[in-house]
Design a protein around this ligand. Structure first.
Ligand SMILES: *Cc1c(COP(=O)(O)O)cnc(C)c1O
Ligand code: SF4
Length: 332
């Protein structure tokens, strides 16, 4: 079968730190640390995303999310390999069932982009994912528990699976009578919008299950017209759209940026959902925004934003039955 356009773009993602610096006209002095950090967690960025980065600007908020830095090698107390305790919650078949009513499927370990702050940078997701065997075990788990009404496809990035694999999964899910919704957590509409092609849209439109997609955008510069087009098509095919953001030092730790992100999401028909405090994963400490500062940012944002554009500030705490809301209204 000839690969789809998105698969060709996926294959062509940039992985060589020297090529990244050259293409973006950055200081060659960044190469040594970039090579070192890429040895810990590989560089990977699709051209569609690179095209939104300002050349020659080492502080570009999109560049910061993908450029490996020497700071990643610094060991910081309190930062661990599995900060959200997923290792312990993982069931056979790649199911993580932490919250009542919904179960998350690690559908694949693959991603089109490697975000430097990702809490999965040390997690052996490729081994753990459902698709490394087949869907049977995951589907059996969901079938056995009729309190589960929503299947969340996550990863890695579930949309990195090809349409045949996704269709198999969606058909299996649709046959489970107590399931009502299928939710997809994906960064691909933002980082590789060509993934949202006609076949995928038909997949969404064809299922009896309510379709929800939670995209992941951290900065308004990520939401260019290519992204706007695919979000519009998703909405036209009946997919409810939400966005989650990770609060990141040097990327979006600024009320103006968060405000602009919310406004842009509104224009694109996407509801802001969660603003996550950074998961404390080893190698990402330089991205952390302390909780008190996050709360101050929320107060500034809340004072100038309609309530429906205000994301919920949360932290993932291992063992808690929900994403833990952070109380930001009390002044420090
Ligand atoms: C984040 C997460 C969910 C989804 O939580 P919502 O609050 O419904 O968005 C479900 N399962 C797991 C394991 C999660 O980490
Ligand atoms: S797309 Fe999501 S899962 Fe993949 S590297 Fe980025 S943050 Fe991690």
């Amino acid at each position: 079968m000839t690969p789809a356009q998105w698969q060709r773009e996926w294959q062509a993602a940039l992985r060589d730190p020297a090529a990244l610096l050259e293409q973006l006209q950055l200081d060659p002095g960044l190469l040594g640390p970039a090579r070192q950090a890429a040895g810990l967690f590989p560089l990977r960025v699709p051209q569609a995303y690179l095209a939104r980065i300002r050349p020659g600007d080492p502080d570009d908020p999109l560049l910061r999310q993908v450029l490996p830095l020497g700071a990643e090698a610094v060991e910081t107390p309190g930062f661990t390999d599995d900060p959200v305790g997923d290792g312990a919650s993982l069931q056979a078949g790649g199911v993580i069932h932490k919250y009542r009513g919904r179960a998350l499927l690690v559908a694949t370990g693959a991603c089109a982009i490697n975000c430097r702050y990702c809490f999965r940078r040390h997690f052996p997701y490729a081994d753990a994912s459902a698709s490394s065997g087949h869907w049977a075990e995951a589907l059996a788990y969901l079938r056995r528990d009729n309190t589960i009404h929503e299947a969340i496809l996550s990863g890695g990035d579930p949309l990195s699976l090809n349409d045949r694999r996704l269709r198999e999964l969606a058909e299996g899910l649709a046959e489970i009578p107590h399931l009502r919704r299928i939710r997809v957590h994906s960064r691909l509409p933002v980082v590789l919008p060509s993934r949202i092609d006609t076949d995928l849209l038909e997949w969404f439109a064809g299922t009896r299950l309510g379709a929800v997609m939670v995209i992941h955008a951290n900065h308004p510069n990520e939401l260019d017209t290519g992204v706007a087009n695919v979000l519009q098509r998703l909405a036209e095919h009946g997919v409810r759209l939400y966005n989650q953001t990770v609060l990141l030092r040097g990327v979006n730790d600024d009320a103006d940026v968060l405000e602009a992100l919310g406004e842009r999401l509104f224009d694109l028909g996407v509801q802001p959902y969660y603003l996550h405090l950074l998961d404390r994963v080893q190698g990402a400490a330089h991205f952390e925004v302390p909780e008190t500062e996050a709360c101050r940012l929320m107060r500034t944002l809340a004072a100038r934003t309609p309530g429906y554009l205000l994301p919920r500030l949360v932290r993932e705490v291992a063992g808690e039955p929900w994403k833990v809301p952070i109380e930001w209204t009390v002044k420090d």
